[in-house]
Design a protein around this ligand. Structure first.
Ligand SMILES: [Zn+2]
Length: 309
């Protein structure tokens, strides 16, 4: 069955202009920071170790499903596959990074998905899931090559995975109250107003640690407010180094979007990024590209704003 797909062009300002807007915000929120337009380093190399060399070529974002398929109660039939989603965003041979929910049919329980897939002939699946084990600890698993499924929701950035010009964000020692991703998103929102600007890519927590959550098995009682959700989620403070897959859009152009979403992993742990917990020692390095389109796939008919942080 094919999924309903809506597509909207995003505002694509000159990259140098976006860099200036972001740098000004980063310098207000961090003691040191630069945002520059650079030739994307080879992201297959250390310390990034991604599945494709770059984030360039037909860059686009997609918001698939949504929190309403998880909350108040799970809809277990909401299953997707990154390979099919790549076709839905009209880029069947693509490099996809993103944040979503893991394939519960395969994993056996609910989980966080750190999506990281090259689709098409050169197929490569580097995705991980993070789940809560029987001892209430976080467990990280690399998914097998043929397991490119996901469930409920996915915020993804797709490109041809080529090298080219990207934004490099570097920030050290947080002096403000805002996490890295919100800092970037809010800067774009205040500068570009109603015009939605979307970014996708990856960031590294180089130093410090980050508050992350991992979803446990699905709740059998309805979760009806943020308080319910926060009591249900498991929260952790994970140390650097961590690699995050990240998407953001400055403004929801009426598509019922999750405007920022980042999942990442370290040595043997992973989860959903909230903020760093070590302002004095934190250091980030990020690479983002500017997306040309936002695809809204299988948008929930009934929606709400619970659990979108
Ligand atoms: Zn998440």
């Amino acid at each position: 069955m094919s999924l309903p797909v809506e597509r909207q062009p995003l505002h694509v300002p000159p990259m140098e202009e976006v860099a200036a807007v972001l740098q000004s915000a980063v310098r207000k929120n961090f003691a040191e920071g630069t945002v520059t337009v650079v030739e994307c380093p080879d992201l297959t190399k250390k310390p990034y170790c991604l599945g494709a060399a770059g984030l360039c070529g037909s860059p686009r974002l997609a918001d698939v499903g949504g929190v309403p398929y998880l909350i108040p109660l799970v809809q277990k039939d909401k299953l997707y596959d990154v390979k099919d989603l790549a076709k839905s965003v009209e880029l069947p041979d693509s490099f996809v990074v993103g944040a979503g929910a893991g394939p519960h049919a395969y994993v056996g329980v609910n989980s966080e998905l750190i999506a990281h897939v090259v689709t098409g002939d050169k197929g490569l699946n580097e995705s991980r899931i993070a789940k809560i084990d029987a001892a209430a600890k976080c467990e990280l698993q690399k998914l097998p090559q043929n397991q490119t499924g996901c469930a409920l929701m996915l915020n993804m950035f797709a490109s041809e995975g080529r090298r080219g010009k990207v934004l490099r964000v570097w920030a050290k020692k947080r002096t403000g109250e805002t996490n890295l991703v919100s800092c970037l998103r809010q800067a774009l929102e205040s500068h570009y107003g109603e015009k939605p600007v979307g970014l996708g890519g990856t960031f590294r927590l180089v130093n410090g640690s980050a508050k992350c959550h991992v979803m446990p098995e699905f709740s059998t009682v309805p979760l009806t407010c943020d308080d319910d959700v926060n009591k249900w989620l498991h929260f952790f403070d994970f140390p650097a180094p961590m690699m995050f897959m990240s998407t953001l859009v400055s403004k929801d152009p009426g598509l019922d979007l999750r405007v920022e979403h980042s999942h990442g992993y370290g040595q043997d742990y992973g989860g959903h990024y909230h903020y760093d917990t070590t302002p004095d020692t934190v250091e980030y390095e990020a690479f983002y590209n500017i997306a040309e389109y936002m695809f809204r796939i299988d948008r929930p008919q009934v929606t709400h704003n619970v659990g979108r942080d």
